[in-house]
Structure formats: structure tokens, C-alpha cells
Design a protein around this ligand. Structure first.
Ligand code: PLP
Length: 628
């Protein structure tokens, strides 16, 4: 496990147990007993074993959701802010919201509202459908939970937000553009509802990481100082300045360092104080998201996959900086709101997938007859290289060995292209070359593992922005990996591969997949609970994975229960997403089968049942076919 740095990126939730499997501590380090540890392989077996052997029969790939982890993350965030507020003697409270864009899955949002009820946790949305789902979920939320409406807005979005206000949701319409204000004033007057308004400031502070372009002078979002002044004037003119209660900003996701955070919070709090000076009755400062995740466990402040701080330091800095600036301007301490998405949901889900095959092979070795035939077929130049190679091997001269092996390989390839060498001979030269590189230690071969996954669906950010996640075998961690590999997915796309790993590695230490019990070698992609599901696409019509929800349950023999299990999208489902009609396709093909059956007596029943099975199954590779 040291090899995979699991203790570094996985703490306090993931470690390795005495069976060599990944162990989950859903309640973090607070869990007092080992009963609260869940063996991930056991979960996988339970979920994927055939129904006939007591399993749930779900196909892979699979997302395992851990609501206990979600709850623990929320409680940790809340308590980090509460202790910072207490230790700095801050004059107000923390009241967070969850930005649903991070993962809009219904069960996650419902869980967040439920777990967050004791501390008035609310939701943040950025579009009309997100607002609709948030209104529904917050029906069960704390009455004071905030519903923050960010994002670019049209008349309908603002109307919906105002209706939500009428329905007693604690809605704040955050102005992203000046033009939105005219609509807010006009529509709220018509609906006779007093709006609660926030505004998003464009900060000059900009972080250098991938998400840094969110802010800065040329950032995409928020109002400039001139625009902020014009909003204040308009509100004053409409007699609505008292409606402006919240200042929002977002420095960018995955803020790398505490210095950068302090810089941004300081700038924003100055804007807050200026708005108070101009007469606004502000009460909330919403610091946006940006609380980062240490994906590689390196605690580094200058990397896109790490952050140089933890929850406590983050909360303490936010509270301290706001307090300092407000005190210097004699402004009352505001309620602090944050919109942490990544930090809340990343840890709570794991994608499990299987390595189907690999290029690791047991070499049959060179047989002397084949070798002789090979040598006889070579041109004179190539034969000279072969002799030089043999001599260098005998003398143990590594550099010369490699030199002649390379030359020989190139000659043979040229001869093959000309048609004077056959495929058996080409295979022999590859074998020879492999033996020489292995013996000289020149290059450890990188093996390719075909995995039953679509990167475009399950790890889209790897493809889109090079985001890296910890990927490790979930079992056999007590055995030394014997090869180095990269992962190729099922899509017919050259980008469908993972060849960069945390720690800057270009390969992953892996086991020979054939030596796993049952021949099944499983890998997990961790910390991908935020953004990946909503961003994932259906390249090659490989759809979404199966999903299960697992909670710790000490009364159960295995320490967990599966509280929900949903099969992934079937071939039928993914066909529909591109406007095909699976029923019509089935009917058409059935007719064809029937017609053909009448001609040559084919067993059309079998054809039909194979077809029906394929429509219902997931598009990923299955073990055993529908015929069996
Ligand atoms: N709030 C806003 C306005 C955002 O744009 C984002 C995402 O970038 C977030 C909150 C969530 O950020 P994070 O996932 O870094 O917490």
C-alpha cells in the first residue's frame, strides 16, 4: 500500500486490511471499532455475484456510494468552521451550502439536505433544472437553509426563483450580470414579492492552477467595481438597496495554497465593507467553492492535483481574514457561507472496474529450429547484426547488445514490409528484442491492461483537462506487483487510455491479472465523487455504470448493508439517448430473423433471446454471454 500511497491520499477513509484488500472506514478516524471497517472486495462480491449465489447480479463498472462518508465530510467541514469561529472569537456563524453542480444525483442531494439539517445547510444552483431539484429537496430542509441562485439567468430563471421565494424558500438571487437586476426589479414588482439579492464580485485575485481563470480581471464571472456601483445605484433608485444582503465570489475550484485563499478573501471582504459603506444591509459573505482535495497526498501548493492545506487551516484562514478586514473597517461580522462541492462529495464514491486482459504474456521462449530458420531468412547485413548481437550477449556487453538488437529489429521490419520475411520471423525478432531489453535492464516493458470502462463516461476530466485521480487495485495489496502497466478503455478512441498517474508516474504497478483468484482483477478509481458523473458522456454508447449505496452496519456479519442498487444504463437505454427506438429495432430484426428462419430453418428462438438479452444488458463487456 506504500507503493500506492493509499495512507496519504486516502486518509482517514481508505486503507489496506490484513487480507490485502482496500478497507473503508466510512466514519473516518472517529469510528471506534474495527466493525466499522468495510472490506471493499466483499462489497463488490455481494453486489456483482450472480443472484443464484446470493449476490445482486449487477454488472460492472460500478459506482459504490458511501453516504456515511458524505455525512462525515459535512460534519468535518461544519466543525472546522465552528472551531475556527470559536477560537478567533468571531462575531457570527457559518452556514454552508452545497453546489449541486458537483453531483446532482438525487440521493446525494437528499442525503446532504438531511445530514445538514442540524446546521441549516442549504443548496447552491446554477441553472433552472438545478433550481427545480433544489426546491424539491429543500422541502425537507431546515427552514433557514439558503438556496443560492448563481449562474447566468433569463426571465424564467428569475421568475422561478421569485416563485420559490413566495413558497417560503430562503432564496437569494445572486446577480451575475447587471442586466439581471432589471428583470429582478420588474418581475418582483409584478409578483409583489420582496426579492433577496446577492451579487457576485469579480475578484482581481486569481490562482495559477487549472481553475484559476474563473477569477481575475479577465475572468468569466462576476461584476467589476463599476458594475457593482451601478447595481447599488439602481437598487437605491428602486428603493430596494435593503434587498441586497449577500456578497458572493468564487476564486476558482481547487485553490492551491492558503496564501492565495487569504489574498482572495481579503480582497472580497474589502468589497463587502465598501458595500456596507455605500448603504447596503449586507449580512452574508459567500466565499464560493475552491476548498481543494489532495488527490495525490503530497500536500503540495503548486500542483493541480494537490493542495497545501487541510479543512481546519482553510476554515481558520477564511474566518480570520474576514474578521481582520471587518474589524479594521468597523463592520459587523457577517454570516460566512461557503459553497464547497469537491470537498464534500469527492471521497464518497468509488468507481470499480475490471482489468479484462493484458499484454503480460508468458513467453514460449525461442525454439532452436525456428531460430535457425529465422537466421537463414535474413539478409547478409541483418545476419551480421545477429552475429554481433550473439557475440555481445556472450561477452555481457549491454550497450552493444541493445545497439545490435535495435538494428536487427529495424532490418527485419524493413524486410517484412518488402515481403521477404514472414510473420513467424517477425514474431521471433520481437521475442529476441524483448529478451535483450529485459536481460540488459534497458527498459522495463510497460504492459497495457484493457479495462472494462469508458474513460469518457467515468473519468471525463482525465481526458478533458488531465485531472488525475488515485487508481489502485482494490485487492492483492499484500502481494508485490510484478509489472508496470497503463490502462486502455473499451472505446474505439486513442484518447481512451490512462497513462499518467498520481505522483507524476507514467505507469501503474500492477499484478498479473491472470493470477487473481477467479482470474478477476479489480481496480478502483477513488476521490472522483465530484463532477465526473455529470460531465461523463456516452462515447461509443458506453453508458453510465451501475450504482450501489452502502452503509456501515455493525450488526451485519460483514459490517455493511446495501441500501440501494441500480443497474447501469442498458443498451436499450443508451440507444434511446441518441433518439433510436430500441423496440422498433427489435421488431425489425425479429421480422428479419423470422423471414430468414422460414428460408433456412434457423433457430429463430435462440436468435431472439440473444437479442433480447443484449438490449437489456449494459453495453460493457460481460463475463459469459447471453447464449450461455
Ligand atoms: N460555487 C461556484 C460559483 C462554482 O463555480 C463552483 C465550481 O467551480 C463551486 C461553488 C464549487 O467549487 P468546489 O467544487 O471547488 O468547491
Amino acid at each position: 500500500s506504500l507503493l500506492y500511497k493509499i495512507e496519504k491520499w486516502g486518509a482517514p477513509y481508505f486503507s489496506v486490511n490484513s487480507s490485502g484488500n482496500i478497507s473503508i472506514r466510512p466514519k473516518g478516524l472517529n469510528s471506534s471499532s474495527t466493525h466499522e471497517e468495510i472490506d471493499l472486495l466483499k462489497v463488490l462480491k455481494k453486489v456483482s455475484d450472480h443472484k443464484s449465489s446470493g449476490g445482486l447480479g449487477l454488472q460492472l463498472p460500478l459506482i459504490i456510494r458511501l453516504p456515511d462518508v458524505l455525512k462525515n465530510r459535512m460534519e468535518s467541514l461544519q466543525s472546522a468552521f465552528e472551531s475556527a469561529i470559536c477560537s478567533w472569537n468571531y462575531g457570527s456563524r457559518y452556514q454552508g451550502v452545497y453546489p449541486v453542480k458537483s453531483n446532482q444525483n438525487r440521493f446525494i442531494v437528499e442525503d446532504i439536505v438531511r445530514f445538514g439539517f442540524p446546521f441549516r445547510f442549504g443548496l447552491e444552483v446554477g441553472s433552472k433544472p438545478e433550481l427545480l431539484l433544489a426546491m424539491n429537496c429543500l422541502c425537507k430542509g431546515h427552514p433557514e437553509a439558503l438556496l443560492i441562485c448563481n449562474g447566468f439567468k433569463d426571465k424564467d430563471y428569475i421568475l422561478l426563483a421569485l416563485i420559490a421565494r413566495k413558497l417560503a424558500f430562503n432564496v437569494v438571487v445572486v446577480l451575475e450580470q447587471v442586466e439581471e437586476l432589471d428583470l429582478v426589479i420588474d418581475l418582483s414588482t409584478k409578483l409583489c414579492v420582496s426579492p433577496v439579492i446577492g451579487l457576485r464580485a469579480k475578484l482581481r485575485t486569481k490562482h495559477g492552477g487549472h481553475f484559476g481563470s474563473t477569477s481575475g480581471e479577465r475572468g468569466k464571472f462576476g461584476l467589476t467595481p463599476r458594475q457593482i456601483l451601478s447595481v447599488v445605484k439602481k437598487l437605491e433608485k428602486a428603493g430596494m438597496l435593503n434587498c441586497l444582503i449577500l456578497l458572493h465570489f468564487h476564486i476558482g475550484s481547487q485553490i492551491p495554497s492558503i496564501t492565495m485563499l487569504a489574498d482572495g478573501i481579503g480582497e472580497a471582504t474589502q468589497i463587502y465593507c465598501e458595500l456596507v459603506r455605500l448603504g447596503a444591509c449586507l449580512q452574508f459573505i459567500d466565499v464560493g467553492g475552491g476548498l481543494g482535495i489532495d488527490y495525490d497526498g503530497s500536500k503540495s501548493s503548486n500542483s493541480d492535483v494537490s493542495v497545501g492545506y487541510g479543512l481546519e487551516e482553510y476554515a481558520s484562514t477564511v474566518v480570520q481574514v474576514i474578521q481582520q478586514v471587518c474589524d479594521s473597517k468597523s463592520v459587523k461580522h457577517p454570516v460566512i457561507c461557503s459553497e464547497s462541492g469537491r470537498a464534500i462529495v469527492s471521497y464518497h464514491s468509488i468507481v470499480i472496474f475490471e482489468a479484462i486482459s493484458s499484454s503480460v504474456s508468458d513467453s514460449p521462449g525461442l525454439n532452436p529450429e525456428g531460430l535457425q530458420h529465422f537466421v537463414e531468412g535474413l539478409t547478409e547485413d541483418a545476419r551480421a547484426d545477429y552475429s554481433n548481437l550473439s557475440a555481445a550477449v556472450i561477452k555481457g556487453e549491454h550497450t552493444a547488445c541493445l545497439h545490435y538488437a535495435n538494428k536487427l529489429k529495424q532490418y527485419c521490419l524493413d524486410q517484412f514490409k518488402e515481403g521477404s520475411l514472414n510473420i513467424e520471423q517477425l514474431a521471433i525478432v520481437d521475442e529476441l528484442y524483448g529478451m535483450v531489453s529485459k536481460a540488459t535492464g534497458a527498459s522495463e516493458p510497460i504492459h497495457t491492461y484493457l479495462v472494462n470502462l469508458s474513460i469518457f463516461n467515468s473519468v471525463p476530466d482525465f481526458w478533458a483537462i488531465g485531472q488525475m485521480y488515485p487508481i489502485v487495485p482494490i485487492h492483492r495489496l499484500d502481494q508485490k506487483p510484478t509489472v508496470k502497466g497503463i490502462l486502455l478503455d473499451l472505446t474505439c478512441d486513442s484518447d481512451g487510455k490512462i497513462d499518467r498517474f498520481i505522483g507524476g508516474e507514467s505507469s501503474l504497478p500492477l499484478h498479473d491479472h491472470r493470477e487473481s483468484s477467479g482470474g478477476q482483477y479489480y481496480l478502483g478509481m477513488f476521490l472522483g465523487g465530484a463532477y465526473e458523473e455529470a460531465l461523463g458522456g456516452s462515447h461509443n454508447l458506453l453508458g453510465s455504470p451501475s450504482v450501489v449505496q452502502v452503509s456501515s452496519q455493525s450488526s451485519e456479519p460483514e459490517g455493511f448493508i446495501v441500501t440501494m442498487a441500480t443497474p447501469g444504463q442498458s443498451c436499450r437505454d443508451v440507444l434511446r439517448t441518441m433518439q433510436h427506438e430500441p423496440e422498433a429495432i427489435f421488431k425489425e430484426l425479429k421480422q428479419r430473423i423470422k423471414a430468414l428462419g422460414q428460408v433456412n430453418g434457423t433457430a429463430d428462438g435462440m436468435f431472439q433471446s440473444v437479442l433480447a438479452g443484449i438490449f437489456s444488458n449494459m453495453p460493457y463487456l460481460t463475463r459469459g454471454s447471453s447464449c450461455s
